[in-house]
Write a protein that binds this ligand. Sequence first.
Ligand code: BF8
Ligand code: SF4
Length: 631
Amino acid sequence: MKTFENVTSIEQMEAETAKLKEMAVKLGTETWEDRNKNQTPHCKFGEDGVCCKNCSMGPCRITAKASRGICGADAHAIAGRNYLRMIAAGTSAHSDHARELLHVLHGASPNGSYRVRDEQKLLRLANEWGVATENRDIYDVAHEVAEVGLMEFGKPFGTQLFIKRAIPQRQKVWKEQNIEPRAIDREIATAMHMTHMGNTADAEVLVRQGLRASLSNGWGGSMLGTEVTDILFGIPTVRNTEGNLGVLEKDMVNIVVHGHDPAFSEMVVTAAELKELSDYAKTKGAKGINIVGLCCTANEVAMRHGVRMAGNFLQQENAILTGAIEMMCVDIQCIFPALASLSECFHTKFVTSSSIARIPGAIHVEFKPETAFEQAKELIKMAVDNFSKRDNSKVYIPPTKQAATVGYPCEQIIKQLDGITNSHVDELGSYRPAIDAIKAGVLRGAVAIVGCNNPRVRPDYSHFEIMKELLKNDVLIVATGCSAQLATKAGFLNKEAKYICGAGLRRVCDLVDIPPILHMGACVDISRMMLLASGIARDWGVDTTQIPVIGCAPEWMSEKAVSIANYVVSTGIDVYLGIEPQVKGSAQMMELITQGTRKITGAGYIINKDPHELVKAMLDGIEAKRAALGI
Ligand code: BF8
Ligand code: SF4
């Protein structure tokens, strides 16, 4: 039988990193590997979540001799408050990202840098929200939709509009459990207020607010971010691209866009397509301009433009270490401050663009929607001018890259499913063909693998091992964020990767013409996954807790990830984690996040640092759901 031998192993990826690391050593500069060593072992109190510095009587730490802080807060209260603060921070990050985009939509105009790219999606949202559309200019509609969206952050009454998109069973759970998300900013402020000195000390109450605040992200901020991005830049469609550092070009001006907010990177990508700029690059001795992405910005531009992806989170310093980057432009989130000083070892210009993420040593070009396109052009010129300063004695571009097919939002998945059965049910389509495949056992289920990579474990290895095992066992994977990028680097987004899958999944890949892992976008696009799971549950006629669909974040690290994990659990989907949340110092908190939430939402965490044990638990979990459904 045919096989797919073109997988890039973790060992190969590590060998390339080691080679780049040689350059860092030669230049006498450090990277995360060194800093990680210096930070190990980590502070035990922080690791266990039992250090409180929420007031200046502290910091207080829970130890064998001190079971309470000065105010009397115990380990459960302290760990619970720290945990809720992580959720609040994560919720604020995703949601503020969406808020910025809503302002961009509010300022969009037919002749401006930002236009409405997908009128149909805008009109659908306007109808959903009761915004008048008939005989109106599309930009008037856009501006009013943006206003309604912005009100979701601070409205004094009511709950998030998008929760009506959830299946009725879920809405009922949220209402009965009193975790329906209200205004986004309110849920964040409430979380911060509850955790202020002298307020909530009951761990369960803190966990409940975590669920509620996270819902204002998943079914609020993140979903707004995704919707508005689609309206402004188009719903992603299937594209062929490539991934890993081999996408850098030795004869071209290499510009990396890194971060999360696509408003900035879209301008850079569009400007780079201008003939005047590529001609300009040629006058400077380069063959052209090569824009590549890092982290979630990479996912955004890959899915909409086919821009190639240089890599994920822990690869950001490696990109600079190639010595072949003329400019790295960053926007917000997951950007190492270390990039500024590392860039100084090379000719690389390191440019920050947002007031939210300012870094000493960077060139700061505050990006403004009104002048965005012009600013992007200026930056590209600056990068081109920098090409001649590249020092070839410091250049090493690892040769490895993989072909990838990306761009599978719900709309695309439905379209492809429709294509095989002609079972077009209604305007929104149906997941029934996928459900039939699951019921028949051709597919055992589906897993959303998401999140970061993390030096607490062998980076990327857990993603890799878990994916490989699930594919072999006929489990379809949807991926976002840095996980999707690992899948890209490994070669799992190549349609030919079907040959590493079980016979059932391979058949589905053939029939639907998809790679075995569907790239659904950036981390804000986990909201797409919530709609996907809800759509499957709706078409199946059961609750989301019942379908053999689970989530997994094998190497999560950010506060955003904690917020995401909580809204996934709130949506009724079990979350398998490969990194322990920092609450271990409280047995009650450990019980709450693994068992307690099951009584509230029907789902919880399963935690195991060993990827092989974790994937076994995942397969067991899927089979248990199948058995309960009688399939
Ligand atoms: O939002 S997966 S390291 S890049 S937090 Fe960050 Fe984690 Fe990557 Fe995207 Ni998500
Ligand atoms: Fe210590 Fe309580 Fe202050 Fe926390 S809030 S630092 S436990 S006194």
